[in-house]
Design a protein around this ligand. Structure first.
Ligand SMILES: NC(=O)c1ccc[n+]([C@@H]2O[C@H](COP(=O)([O-])OP(=O)(O)OC[C@H]3O[C@@H](n4cnc5c(N)ncnc54)[C@H](OP(=O)(O)O)[C@@H]3O)[C@@H](O)[C@H]2O)c1
Length: 313
């Protein structure tokens, strides 16, 4: 099959579009014929070897944790899936991923894809939507009527977090730059603070119950955000953490999250997408062989960039 792989850690140049063996399934796995995959910032960090001590990879390695596609083959102990099912999944990032024509994964990580969006577009959802769900609801315990501040609201995670928070009934404030304003308004955001020329602490008119930090702010900057929380509020950071001692003194909570695979949540997300409350925010659609060009842009992308593999409509 065709795949993008790297044979060593390093700069973007290590990514090669080449032939790779088509994987086969173990008893508890399924083989997915890939419709599309999406880029995540963590793919670039893994490629550079930044996380190799905690997440060692077997090289050559096929990146990409987000996938949509159809079930092509089913392991003998797998129940609940049939040949041809349209699915999406958030894959184990230490295993060969979806930057390929086929990928194998544990059947337990797979959910049926939403039906009211294009199957390829569904690949823009899994990692971002699960990070958003877990950050807002599992760690942040966001409730209807609460106020939430989402930093980097126009990113792959933020754009879904805005919509899930609105679905929950929260008042949503996000940080974004000028280019993202109309897209975020389209997704239902209530207020936008332009992080390029406005200060959050000056623009925010009232404290918030939850801050979901997705921006590249330093720990010192994230810690300053704690002052914007109501008593007993929570800051969940998916990137740099806030200072726990400062949080304790202020009477607020801090969580540094790490997203977990959870196909049940993915199914719930598919239902919410089918009900029309959430849609993927896709800014580019490229061919798989252009993945290296996407890695060049890490830190400068908005929404999700899709890599199209097989047209399986
Ligand atoms: N811990 C975890 O489990 C976990 C899981 C997923 C992601 N993450 C991390 O969470 C972060 C967000 O992920 P992502 O996939 O959403 O990233 P992303 O798609 O690369 O985010 C891009 C967005 O960041 C915004 N941005 C850049 N600098 C900003 C700043 N100073 N303030 C506010 N917004 C800024 C840009 O907004 P504009 O376009 O409006 O300028 C852009 O839209 C990344 O650091 C990622 O590694 C962690």
């Amino acid at each position: 099959m065709k795949a993008v792989r790297y044979h060593q850690y390093g700069a973007v140049e290590v990514l090669r579009y080449e032939e790779a063996p088509t994987p086969d399934v173990s008893a508890d796995e399924v083989l997915i014929k890939v419709a599309a995959t999406a880029f995540n910032p963590a793919d670039a960090m893994l490629r550079m070897g930044v996380m190799k001590d905690i997440l060692p990879l077997e090289l050559p390695f096929i990146p990409n944790v987000d996938v949509s596609g159809v079930i092509e083959k089913i392991g003998e102990s797998v129940n609940g899936f049939q040949f041809g099912d349209k699915v999406f999944a958030f894959l184990d990032m230490t295993k060969n991923g979806a930057a390929a024509e086929y990928v194998v994964c544990k059947a337990d990580d797979v959910a049926l894809a939403p039906e009211n969006i294009d199957l390829q577009d569904a690949a823009a959802l899994p990692g971002g939507a699960m990070t958003a769900w877990q950050g807002l609801f599992d760690h942040g315990n966001l409730q209807s009527g609460q106020r939430v501040l989402i930093t980097a609201a126009a990113g792959g995670v933020g754009s879904i977090a805005v919509q899930l928070a609105k679905w929950k009934g929260a008042y949503v404030i996000g940080t974004a730059s000028e280019e993202s304003i109309s897209a975020l308004q389209d997704l239902g955001i209530d207020e936008i603070i332009n992080y390029k020329n406005e200060l959050i602490e000056e623009k925010l008119t009232e404290k918030v119950d939850l801050i979901f930090n997705l921006s590249p702010l330093s720990s010192e900057e994230v810690t300053k955000l704690l002052l914007l929380l109501k008593d007993g509020g929570t800051l969940v950071s998916a990137y740099n953490p806030a200072d726990e001692d400062v949080a304790k003194n202020l009477g607020v909570h801090v969580v540094r999250m790490g997203v977990q695979r959870n196909a049940k949540q993915l199914s719930q997300i598919a239902d919410i997408v089918d009900q029309g409350h959430v849609k993927p925010f896709i800014t580019e659609r490229l061919a798989l062989k252009e993945l290296a060009a996407v890695h060049e842009k890490v830190g400068q992308t908005r929404g999700k960039i899709l890599l199209l593999v097989n047209d399986l409509v």
